[in-house]
Design a protein around this ligand. Structure first.
Ligand code: KIV
Ligand code: ZN
Length: 540
């Protein structure tokens, strides 16, 4: 890879750093669905996971490498700590992809060296070339990250980077791991690396950053001006703590302000060639899919993908927008795929019309999946007059949550009202199809449903979040419910959509319970918090 690809490479880490968000864990089918959508979005690299974490994480990276990374598709990357066993597992997991990458890292700040790694700078300078060349002996495309680069001594950083490039790293990533940098500082850090690392022309400079001070996107754009050509980001900005730099904000920043950024790429100001390869019309759909599957609700005022991002609520704005859109709008909603929610289908639509619309939306469903989606469509069409694209997206994202389910919701009925005590009757089936029914009273209908389900599941938990929003407008709209449960300080989320919000709540609760049960069996290693020495390799 040339040092300057002439544009910005988008490295998506939704499935790795994004999945490290509390409660955002995804099952294999969900990861695959997101990876496929990232492929449609046109990202350059998908960091599919941390294969050494657990057998489940290994299989997910392997399946994505098999099914998503085609010859023209994105590079499939796995994360590995600077240890032989991590790197070996990573190489095996990404091996089916025609374009594959190992991303290995070690911390370089004194605070991490002393308190986390308990290693000296000299130790790090020995480990880096050893591990990078080992990785390079297995896979050609190697990325190396200096964890906590933002707080590292620049002179030490230069030495580490030089040795990683000499050992075969083609991409050098500079993470602001704790989101501490300000834009000017981060830009200067990148400029310093470009100036002081003798062999820097042999690698692409990449940045990774967290949003603890809300500055991640601003820091990245400053890094681009100083020569960074790969941006590591996540959909909706999800990730550890306050999250990562948001892909949609970076891409649209570079898109809308192309004339400002063009000169930093040696281009004429008015050069119309996009600065990223992302298909911006896929942004909204990708955002919704990630939000639905991770249970990480997008705040309404979130830039680019928030529900209010394109809404012109105030009278003055509406008047201005009607006269000329440009008075108050810098992004045309269509550019991010937020077309008018056009009514596509109804009760009388047949299977082929439904399949054709799914295909137009980018969902290439197997025969089995289409059968299931069509049955759900028919069921919804009985209750809702017009089925929109958003309803179809809700149907698909609902479906991928189902596999490996321990509990199945069979029946839910609630009676409530101003003079009734909310009472829920629910029936739950286990994996063997054995059904049990329970009745419970609650402070409200949802509380009653959750109590009844808990009495059957016997999986201790605490409900920490319950949110409802409508998928589309109108009185018959589907309601989307997101639920988050806590057990022993770990969060598990569940999501569901239905025209009846109590049914959606019951299903979301069952989905969260299923994740909780799966999460108890699968306790993955954390790539940044768990030390290399203390971990035996899980059997794969
Ligand atoms: O934040 C960070 O430093 C990371 C590295 C593993 C790249 O996520
Ligand atoms: Zn990170």
């Amino acid at each position: 890879m040339a040092k300057d690809p002439g544009r910005v490479l988008i490295f998506d880490t939704t499935l790795r750093d994004g999945e490290q968000s509390p409660g955002a864990s995804l099952n294999l089918e969900e990861k695959l669905a997101i990876a496929m959508q990232l492929g449609r979005l046109g990202v350059d690299v998908i960091e599919a996971g941390f294969p050494f974490a657990s057998p489940g994480d290994f299989s997910a990276v392997q399946r994505i490498a098999e099914q998503v990374g085609g010859n023209q598709g994105p590079t499939i990357c796995g994360l590995a700590r600077a240890s032989r066993s991590d790197i070996k597992a990573c190489a095996e997991a990404v091996s089916p992809a025609p374009r594959k990458r190992i991303h290995t890292f070690i911390a370089t700040s004194d605070i991490h060296l002393e308190h986390k790694l308990r290693k000296s700078r000299a130790d790090v300078l020995k480990i880096v070339p050893e591990m990078v060349s080992y990785a390079r002996s297995l896979v050609d495309d190697i990325e190396f990250s200096c964890e906590d680069a933002g707080r590292s001594d620049p002179d030490f950083l230069y030495q580490v980077i030089e040795s990683a490039i000499t050992a075969g790293a083609g991409t050098i990533n500079i993470p602001d791991t704790v989101g501490y940098a300000t834009p000017a500082e981060f830009g200067a850090l990148i400029a310093g690396i470009n100036k002081n690392v003798p062999n820097i022309n042999e690698a692409v400079l990449s940045v990774h950053g967290h949003n603890d001070l809300g500055l991640a996107v601003a820091n990245f754009l400053e890094a681009v001006k100083n020569g960074a050509r790969q941006l590591e980001c996540t959909i909706n900005g999800i990730g550890e703590r306050a999250g990562n730099a948001a892909l949609e904000e970076l891409v649209m920043g570079l898109h809308v302000r192309r004339t400002y950024f063009n000169p930093f790429f040696g281009r004429d100001v008015d050069n119309p060639t996009p600065l990223t390869a992302v298909r911006t019309e896929e942004i909204t759909k990708t955002s919704r899919l990630v939000s639905n599957l991770t249970g990480m609700v997008v705040q309404p005022n979130k830039a680019i993908v928030g529900a209010n991002a394109f809404a012109h609520e105030s009278g003055i704005h509406q008047d201005g927008v009607l006269k000329n859109r440009l008075t108050y709008e810098i992004v045309d909603a269509k550019t991010v795929g937020l077309a008018d929610n056009r009514i596509s289908l109804g009760k009388l639509s047949g299977r082929s019309a439904v399949r054709a619309r799914f295909e137009e939306l980018g969902y290439d469903l197997s025969r089995e999946d289409l059968n299931e989606a069509f049955a759900r469509f028919k069921d919804l069409a009985d209750r809702k007059r017009d089925i929109t694209d958003r309803d179809l997206e809700a149907i698909v994202s609902e479906q991928v949550q189902q596999p490996e389910a321990r509990f199945q919701l069979c029946f839910v009925q609630v009676s409530c009202g101003s003079s009734l005590r909310p009472t829920a009757t629910v029936t739950l089936a286990d994996q063997d199809g054995h059904e049990e029914t329970a009745v419970a009273l609650g402070t409200g209908p949802v509380d009653a449903v959750c109590r009844a389900l808990n009495s059957l599941a016997c999986e201790p938990n605490e409900l920490v979040e319950f949110s409802v929003k409508s998928v589309t407008e109108g009185i018959d709209a589907m309601g989307e419910v997101t639920i988050r449960l806590r057990r022993e300080s770990k969060l598990y989320s569940g999501h569901s959509a239905d025209t009846d919000v109590v049914v959606a709540a019951a299903q979301a609760f069952v989905n969260a319970l299923n994740r909780l049960v799966a999460g108890q069996k699968n306790l993955p290693i954390h790539p940044q918090r768990d030390s290399v020495e203390s971990e035996a390799r899980p059997s794969i």
